[in-house]
Design a protein around this ligand. Structure first.
Ligand code: S3P
Length: 180
């Protein structure tokens, strides 16, 4: 499905540590759009940290909340006509219905692609990612996830400074952001 013009919704996907939140916030600022970080919304909704949700209820329960919060966020953006940048969680697209909803809402899906070794460096020592258990399982998950991220409409390398990644996204999406 082609990205609608003008595009009013941008969703950032990519593995843990790829910069979705930082780049998303900057991108929204640059465009003057609203920014939503899906993980933060999940924490608000559950009144618990991501780590606590995984520990106390398991990943399946987390995915349920994630899907519900995504649905609500997309509803607000489309019904309220609010131009929005959403930073998805690294696993949001593991549920095909989440991808379908994003497409239905007309989101331009941008994959922030970052080399694995840099992701490991960024995530090591940070305790808020329950799926970063050890390097070996992180590598395996990364390989599985790449196919999922490849479904995005655009791929942007996310190794540079966030401001440069934002410029790159704006270049790629440029024509779709212009009002007819
Ligand atoms: C997850 C990534 C995390 C968070 C949760 C699960 C994943 O988000 O949603 O820990 O499955 O990759 P970030 O990608 O923002 O770290």
């Amino acid at each position: 499905m082609p990205v609608p013009i003008p595009c009013k919704l941008i969703a950032l996907t990519g593995f843990m540590g790829s910069g979705k939140t930082t780049v998303g916030r900057l991108l929204a600022e640059r465009l003057g759009w609203r920014f939503v970080d899906l993980d933060s919304r999940i924490v608000e909704r559950a009144q618990a940290s991501i780590v606590a949700i995984f520990r106390n209820h398991g990943e399946a329960a987390f995915r349920e909340i994630e899907a519900e919060v995504l649905g609500r966020t997309l509803g607000e953006a489309t019904e309220g006509e609010r131009r929005t940048v959403i930073a998805l969680g690294g696993g949001t697209l593991t549920r095909p219905e989440n991808l379908a909803r994003l497409r239905q809402a007309g989101a331009a899906l941008v994959w922030l692609d970052c080399p694995l070794d840099d992701l490991i460096e960024r995530c090591t020592g940070i305790a808020d990612r329950p799926l970063f258990r050890d390097e070996a399982s992180f590598r395996t998950l990364y390989e599985e996830r790449r196919q999922i991220y490849q479904q995005a409409d655009f791929r942007v390398e996310s190794l540079e400074e966030p401001a440069q990644v934002v410029e790159r996204i704006l270049e790629l999406l440029g024509p779709a952001l212009v009002e007819a």
